[in-house]
Ligand binder design. Structure first.
Ligand SMILES: [Fe+2]
Ligand SMILES: [Fe+2]
Length: 262
């Protein structure tokens, strides 16, 4: 950790065994080479065939991921319920009904600094859940005084909803990054209030594909309009994410850097 600063790496949706294996092979080196203090990764598609299960989650945690966030695909494997209940560093979107298993945020200890990691799901072109705006407000006020940094993974489809939430929380959180579209956007920045932002960090998976799935399967789906069985694509995996350099004095972002490791 450089004096006065820390680096938080966030990784976009890890897709299948290929994405998980690439994280296993490369993350500890990337952490060392880039002086990373903490890693947050979206694991909603990490298990084979989608979702998250115990084996895959353990692989990611062993590989150097500190907190696993998720999204709309988190419920695909039923065993994820006990995983969410038992491991506080694996979270699901906070705006699902309170009766759902697990928590929508956690507070991680990063070299003695408390990092609140929150996961929210968009409501435009997605599930009609509680407002992510109101949910974020409630969590930030409930946990006031209990954290130093706050990082939000906003798993959403609409760019407008993502930018609006980022700007709404500007000055109150350290950074907000988008996930879900699997396509990295080139709008990384630091807002006026010191909140780091990127609309979508992209995916960690095989990019010779349609969002990680074999291209011919998805093309057939669009041509035939019939349900298809998704199969993970093959080929080289790129890891896409973002590094937020944050101040340990102001707890705001100093620099937002988009990364893609091929
Ligand atoms: Fe995804
Ligand atoms: Fe998603």
């Amino acid at each position: 950790m450089t004096k006065g600063e820390a680096k938080i790496l966030v990784l976009g949706d890890i897709v299948g065994n290929a994405g998980t294996s690439a994280v296993e092979k490369r993350l500890w080196n990337l952490r060392r080479e880039n002086g990373i203090d903490m890693v947050i990764a979206n694991g909603e598609n990490a298990a084979e065939g989608n979702g998250l299960n115990r084996e895959t989650a353990e692989r990611l945690l062993d590989a150097g991921v500190d907190v696993i966030t998720s999204g709309n695909h988190i419920w695909k494997k039923s065993t994820v319920h006990s995983l969410l209940e038992k491991n506080e560093n694996i979270i699901r979107p906070a705006n699902y009904p309170g009766e759902c298993p697990g928590s929508g945020y956690c507070i991680f200890d990063m070299n003695s600094y408390k990092v609140l990691v929150m996961n929210l799901l968009g409501t435009v072109f997605m599930e009609s859940l509680d407002s992510p705006f109101v949910t974020a407000d409630k969590i930030l006020s409930r946990e006031e005084g209990n954290f130093d940094f706050a990082i939000v993974d906003f798993h959403a489809e609409a760019t407008s909803e993502k930018i609006a939430l980022g700007r709404y929380l500007d000055g109150r959180i350290t950074a907000l990054f988008g996930t879900h579209t699997h396509v990295q956007t080139a709008d990384e920045q630091v807002f006026g209030g010191g909140t780091g932002y990127i609309t979508d960090v992209g995916m960690c998976g095989p990019h010779d594909s349609v969002l990680g799935v074999k291209s011919d399967i998805i093309i057939r789906k669009f041509l035939m309009k019939m349900p298809v069985h998704h199969e993970e694509a093959e080929g080289d995996v790129s890891l896409c994410g973002c590094i937020f350099t944050v101040s340990t004095d102001s707890y705001r972002t100093v620099k937002t850097e988009r990364v893609r490791w091929d």
